[in-house]
Write a protein that binds this ligand. Structure first.
Ligand code: PA5
Length: 429
């Protein structure tokens, strides 16, 4: 279960401001539901949940079982919407340290030569028992032609072909569109295993398709519960979208008052990557036609000692959205120490969850006094079901908010500009 509270932000806007924005949010939701807004051919992420398919989940689960049994390393090769959703869920739900099944590594999201060179060397390194690491590669690209991903894929498949020869196609799983693109040509030629990204779902809305679900399942996470958490959210918000409408309305009203930055803040480091997924979902959807609230991520307490000063006293053009986990994730407590030589015995007997909660409450109090509008989104606990709900919450909120700005949420024309310049400089015909 998740809940959203805007009470610490509402006094930054007037009733009039709120009610005009509410009308826009309601119209935006009607556009989404009626598929009447710009880019409405990209609403497959809603249809997916309206009519869930167990067959697709089972197919992915059985692939993941096979890979989990055989792989030492599983590489997720993709950029933007093709990997951020998987990383968000994996980082939130898998242990920080120790044995957790195949090691999940990422590539295809940049062209840093040092990283890629070290990755190749690491993959070639033998295990402690002298045997070769078992490697599986999942390349994810809807267009099949994104340079960062394609180039990393070339390097990695060269390695896999060298390692596995005729069996290499077993080790390469491709997630791409049904037809077209260079990746589909390669799949045909090399007989790689293929999963399809539906045509009507754009990258940043694709975490609940094979794009996100394959890596998430390989990481040992229960994709059925995750997916049905989102289905539950779909049904809930079709019935009563008030929480979502409030949040989208508030963002719209704050945007009109000159708020230009939304800091997505968490006190659980496991949620930082989830913030990264939200950042991309909102950033690519709303930042167009000179509009939008720049989404950014902060992981506290870490970033209270870097961004905290700015948030407290810098230019007053920002808001904060806190992602909160209500229930403790473990029982770690502070012990009483004889002599109290570090003066920390006043915390003895308290859990880290309690201490972290007080740090959050203190931060919210201070930032509120520093005139930062604050929204809280609370997950009862950090699990598959609630993350599924949170994913859909942000997808739908993005659609509503961006339509209420009068902008198409589902394209990203600006991203083409850097590509054009890069390809020209690289001499691509
Ligand atoms: O959200 C999006 O559509 C983008 O971030 C894409 O996911 C990203 O550009 C990668 O594109 P592709 O999957 O075609 O390689």
């Amino acid at each position: 279960m998740i809940s959203c509270d805007i009470s610490l932000a509402k006094n930054f806007i007037t009733e009039q401001n709120y009610s005009t924005s509410k009308e826009k949010a309601e119209q935006a939701l009607a556009q989404l539901k009626g598929k009447t807004g710009p880019g409405s051919e990209w609403l497959g992420w809603r249809d997916l949940l309206a009519d869930p398919s167990d067959a697709a989940l089972e197919q992915i689960s059985s692939l993941a079982d096979e890979v989990r049994k055989k792989a030492d390393v599983f590489i997720v090769c993709g950029i933007g919407g093709s990997y951020l959703g998987a990383k968000a869920v994996i980082d939130a739900l898998t242990p920080n340290f120790g044995d957790k099944g195949p090691e999940i590594l990422y590539a295809g999201h940049h062209m840093g030569g040092k990283y890629l060179n070290e990755l190749i060397s690491y993959l070639k390194e033998k295990k402690a028992d002298g045997s070769q690491k078992q490697i599986y590669l999942n390349v994810i690209s809807k267009s099949g032609s994104t340079l960062e991903t394609a180039l990393s894929f070339r390097l990695l498949r060269e390695l896999i072909e060298e390692m596995y020869d005729d069996d290499s196609s077993e080790h390469i799983i491709c997630t791409t569109s049904k037809e077209g693109g260079i990746l589909n040509k390669l799949i045909e030629k090399k007989h790689y295993r293929k999963f399809v990204i539906p045509d009507d779902i754009g990258g940043r809305f694709s975490v609940l398709t094979p794009v996100g679900l394959i890596p998430i399942a390989v990481a040992g996470i229960d994709i059925r519960t995750l997916f049905y958490g989102a289905v539950g959210a779909y049904n809930k918000y079709e019935e009563d979208p008030s929480d979502l409408l409030e949040y989208a309305t508030l963002r719209n009203a704050l945007h009109e008052k000159g708020i230009t930055i939304d800091v997505f803040a968490c006190f659980e480091p496991e949620l930082r990557s989830f913030g990264g997924w939200i950042q991309q979902l909102l950033g690519e959807s709303e930042g167009k036609e000179g509009q939008g609230i720049f989404p950014t991520v902060a992981s506290y307490s870490t970033d209270l000692h870097s961004l905290g000063q700015f948030i407290q006293q810098g230019q007053r053009s920002l808001m904060e959205t806190f992602l909160i986990v209500e229930e403790p994730m473990n029982k770690l407590e502070v012990n009483e120490m004889a002599g109290d030589d570090d003066n920390l015995n006043y915390l003895a007997g308290k859990s880290f969850h309690e201490i972290n909660t007080k740090a959050r409450e203190g931060t919210m109090e201070a930032h509120s006094e520093g005139n930062v509008p604050i929204v809280t989104i609370t997950l009862k606990s950090l699990n598959e079901e609630n993350l599924g709900e949170l994913i859909y919450f942000f997808e739908l909120m993005t659609g509503i908010f961006v339509y209420s700005l009068g902008v198409n949420p589902f394209n990203q024309p600006g991203v083409e500009d850097y590509k054009k310049a890069m390809y020209r400089l690289l001499g691509k015909e």
